[in-house]
Write a protein that binds this ligand. Structure first.
Ligand code: 4NP
Length: 162
């Protein structure tokens, strides 16, 4: 099983949406049961809370599944997950600050490293925006997650055969 963790600041907008989009694409790519995902926030602002209602609007609009409670990223996650995907550069530096000094950061990425249309490096924080900000995040995640799955297929030959 390959385990992927999506990380943002609050764990109520971008990273739970990433988890829902990714899980749906894993299934569409015939990889259910082979890749698993979860999400977390670098902050403690929304621990135990459900995803933002505007994230859930997108989840419903695109017929995704999401059952998640906000949680904070911890150093245990470096051991539990094969890949850590940060939504923006601030999340990435907060994650890397927690990395033990001798540990490799080879499998910690920015989500938009996989966005072939990216002009910007960050998945924009939609928290202070309207619904259109959440739609934009969805479109970014859809492209990035599919490209990330293609990358996983290339790097894990057992996935490529399915
Ligand atoms: P997220 O969005 O990091 O995509 O979950 C945010 C959610 C909450 C806050 C900031 C960003 N906040 O400041 O409470």
């Amino acid at each position: 099983m390959i385990r992927v963790l999506f990380v943002c600041l609050g764990n109520i907008c971008r990273s739970p949406m990433a988890e829902a989009v990714f899980n749906s694409l894993v299934e569409k790519n015939g990889l259910a049961g082979l890749i698993d995902s979860d999400s977390a926030g670098t902050s403690d602002y929304h621990i135990g809370e459900p995803p933002d209602s505007r994230t859930m609007d997108v989840v419903q609009k695109y017929h995704l599944n999401l059952d998640h409670q906000g949680r904070q990223f911890t150093t245990h996650d470096f051991h539990k997950f094969n890949y850590i995907m940060a939504m923006d550069q601030s999340n990435l530096s907060n994650i890397k600050r927690l990395l033990p000094s001798q540990a490799s950061d080879d499998t910690i990425f920015l989500m938009r490293d996989f966005d072939d249309k990216a002009g910007a490096k960050n998945v924009p924080d939609p928290y202070w925006s309207e619904a259109d900000g959440f739609e934009e995040v969805y479109q970014i995640l859809l492209r990035s997650c599919q490209n990330f799955i293609d990358y996983l297929k290339k790097n894990h030959t057992d996935l490529a055969r399915t």
